[in-house]
Design a protein around this ligand. Structure first.
Ligand SMILES: CC(C)(COP(=O)(O)OP(=O)(O)OC[C@H]1O[C@@H](n2cnc3c(N)ncnc32)[C@H](O)[C@@H]1OP(=O)(O)O)[C@@H](O)C(=O)NCCC(=O)NCCS
Length: 166
C-alpha cells in the first residue's frame, strides 16, 4: 500500500477541509455496507445536516481525523475530547475498497496517542453488537466491553460500550 498519512481536519474554519471531508464522509457513511453500523435510524446522512455538525461541533470538543493514502482520503475518525465527559470515538469509517488494509487500526491508534498526549486516561467507543469487524478490531486493540444498551437500532440490535486505557 502507498504511504498513509493521518491528519486532523478543520472543517469549521477551512473551506477546503470542509469540502473534502463532507464529500468523503457522505460517501463512506452512506455506503450500503457501512450505513447500518453508523446510523441509529437506518436513514442516510444528508449534506445539509452533516455540514451543520461540522461547523458547530467544535464547541463540543469534536475533532476529525482523516487517513490519506496517495493523496486520497481513505478513512475518517470523529472523536469527542472533553475534560469532563472524557474521550469518545463518535464514529469511524473506511472507504469500502480500502478495508482490511490497516486504515481503521491506524486511525484508532492515532486517536489513542492524541488522547494520551492530552493527558486523558481512557478512550470509549460505541459499537453495535453485530458489527463483527469493529468488535474484532477493538478487542485486538485492548478495548473491553464495559456496558450495553439494548435495542438501539430499529431492527433491535444492541449497542456495546467498549473502553481501553490510553
Ligand atoms: C470497522 C472499520 C472501521 C475497520 O476498518 P479497516 O480499515 O477495515 O480495519 P483494519 O484493516 O485496520 O482491520 C480490519 C481487519 O483487517 C486486518 N488487517 C489489518 N491490516 C491489514 C493489512 N495490511 N492487510 C490485510 N489485512 C489487514 C486486521 O487484522 C483486521 O482483521 P480481523 O478480521 O482479523 O480483525 C471498517 O470496516 C468500516 O468502515 N466499517 C463500516 C463502518 C463501521 O462499522 N464503523 C464502526 C462503527 S462503531
Amino acid at each position: 500500500m502507498q504511504d498513509m498519512v493521518i491528519h486532523e481536519c478543520f472543517p469549521e474554519v477551512d473551506e477546503e477541509d470542509l469540502e473534502q471531508l463532507l464529500k468523503a464522509y457522505l460517501r463512506i457513511w452512506n455506503s450500503p455496507e457501512n450505513l447500518r453500523f453508523l446510523s441509529f435510524t437506518g436513514l442516510p446522512f444528508e449534506a445539509s445536516g452533516v455540514s451543520a455538525w461540522f461547523s458547530s461541533r467544535i464547541n463540543e470538543g469534536v475533532h476529525y481525523y482523516a487517513a490519506s493514502i496517495g493523496g486520497a482520503l481513505g478513512g475518517i475518525a470523529v472523536v469527542r475530547m472533553d475534560r469532563i465527559r472524557g474521550v469518545e470515538l463518535l464514529g469511524i469509517g473506511v472507504e469500502p475498497e480500502r478495508k482490511g488494509q490497516g486504515v481503521g487500526t491506524a486511525l484508532i491508534e492515532h486517536v489513542v496517542s492524541v488522547a494520551r498526549d492530552q493527558g486523558f486516561r481512557a478512550l470509549e467507543a460505541l459499537v453495535f453488537a453485530d458489527n463483527v469487524t469493529m468488535l474484532r478490531l477493538l478487542l485486538s486493540l485492548s478495548f473491553i466491553p464495559v456496558d450495553m444498551e439494548h435495542h438501539r437500532r430499529p431492527d433491535g440490535a444492541d449497542l456495546l460500550r467498549m473502553q481501553r486505557m490510553v
